[in-house]
Design a protein around this ligand. Structure first.
Ligand code: FEO
Length: 384
């Protein structure tokens, strides 16, 4: 696949992966992207995941023919991109491997450094000329690991963005970018908003026409759309108006309360209500929605004098990713010693800029006239 006259795509699609990074369901697979720049000198960007070495090396061969690459640039050492350094160097033993001090430290930890005969260590903002193409390495620590660097090619105005601007899904999957890029970003990079903001700041000084990420499609048009999404996500701002109701229910009574709230919100004309069963829906999708919308209703039962496990896991995912700048309401259910609301609110104690609504609801076992009225009042308050 041709990206520009000199830049070719040599990555692979993984349609067999069950859980990406051991936890994320990827019904449409995953792409491990890799690129070649053909100039006076030839550079290959990143390897691919284990099991794809043959396909990847064949892709490189079909672009290079008998030529030998001068550089293998390693922007990120996570194994979905770095698993095939050894396989590459078996074919091209003299190619210089380009990384920074942290890249090579991780390469050693992953037992791949001993295969490197020719090592080129670069520093932040260092440049490497391939001929016409002048590359600048921009360090982007913790987007998503400490060694990550992105690379700017000033000739074709391309940003090789490592995990940044990536998404779940193989490249032949026909699906919306925003949804699977958001689930990918919030899940994998969501904790590192400040670091992503720094990278966006550095990128704003560059003239970028194409973004080549390590996952998902190459972005060639309407780049401001993707950059704006990244800006919203990494600054923890509300992306869309709406209310998310996230619930767990043991015998269906808490679910009934959550459903009643959803009905009332819809009757009041609340534009968007997202309804999530935390025990059954994809947890990463639920976490993504909590960050997307501005208002969150948490409905759960008291359980072992704590809260129901799926709710606890959900809140922990939010906290790990610096959940903030949102409005929260609670519905708790407890048959003899309701404690869930206090526990949930306590969990958000250190979260920044959380507004709690007045109408929180305590159900004792099942809905009654008084709790139904309270749900009506909560709906009114949420719709304001
Ligand atoms: Fe795609 Fe952080 O690895």
């Amino acid at each position: 696949m041709k990206i520009t006259e000199d830049i070719k795509y040599v990555g692979v699609n993984d349609r067999k992966v069950d859980l990406f990074e051991g936890q994320y369901v990827v019904p449409n697979g995953m792409a491990y992207n890799s690129y070649v720049i053909l100039d006076e000198k030839i550079a290959v960007f990143d390897t691919v995941a284990e099991g794809f070495e043959e396909e990847w090396l064949n892709n490189i061969k079909s672009v290079l023919g008998d030529k030998t690459p001068d550089y293998l640039i390693i922007q990120h050492m996570e194994p979905d991109h770095s698993a095939n350094i050894e396989a590459f160097l078996k074919v091209y033993p003299n190619t210089a491997v380009v990384g920074n001090i942290k890249t090579f430290a991780l390469m050693e930890q992953f037992n791949q450094l001993s295969f490197v005969n020719n090592k080129l260590t670069v520093s932040d903002k260092e440049q490497l000329s391939l001929g016409k193409h002048n590359l600048t390495f921009i360090f982007a620590p913790m987007v998503h690991w400490p060694e990550v660097m992105v690379t700017y090619d000033s000739y074709d105005k391309v940003l090789f963005s490592a995990d940044g601007f990536g998404k779940f899904g193989a490249l032949d999957a026909d699906e919306d970018w925003d949804c699977e890029a958001r689930r990918y970003y919030i899940g994998i990079v969501g904790k590192y908003g400040a670091q992503v903001q720094r990278l966006l700041q550095a990128a704003s000084t560059l003239d970028i026409k194409i973004i080549c990420p390590l996952h998902g499609p190459v972005l060639t048009e309407n780049l401001s759309h993707y950059i704006e999404k990244y800006n919203i996500w990494s600054s923890y701002n509300v992306e869309s108006e709406g209310v998310m109701i996230a619930y767990t229910s043991v015998y269906g009574h808490t679910k009934k309360a959550a459903e009643l709230l959803k009905d009332k919100l819809e009757k009041l004309g609340c534009k968007k209500v997202v309804f999530a069963d935390l025990a059954r829906d994809d947890m990463a999708e639920c976490v993504e929605d909590a960050f997307r919308y501005g208002k969150l209703v948490l409905a759960t039962t008291t359980y072992n004098n704590d809260i129901f496990p799926f709710m606890k896991e959900f809140i922990e995912h939010l906290l790990e990713r610096n959940y903030q700048n949102r409005t929260i309401a609670f519905i708790e259910n407890g048959s003899w010693a309701p404690n869930a609301m206090k526990t949930m609110q306590g969990m958000f104690e250190k979260s920044k800029n959380i507004t709690y609504l007045k109408h929180n609801i305590t159900i004792k076992s099942a809905l009654k006239d008084d709790t139904i009225k309270e749900i009506e009042a909560l709906a009114q308050e949420l719709c304001k």
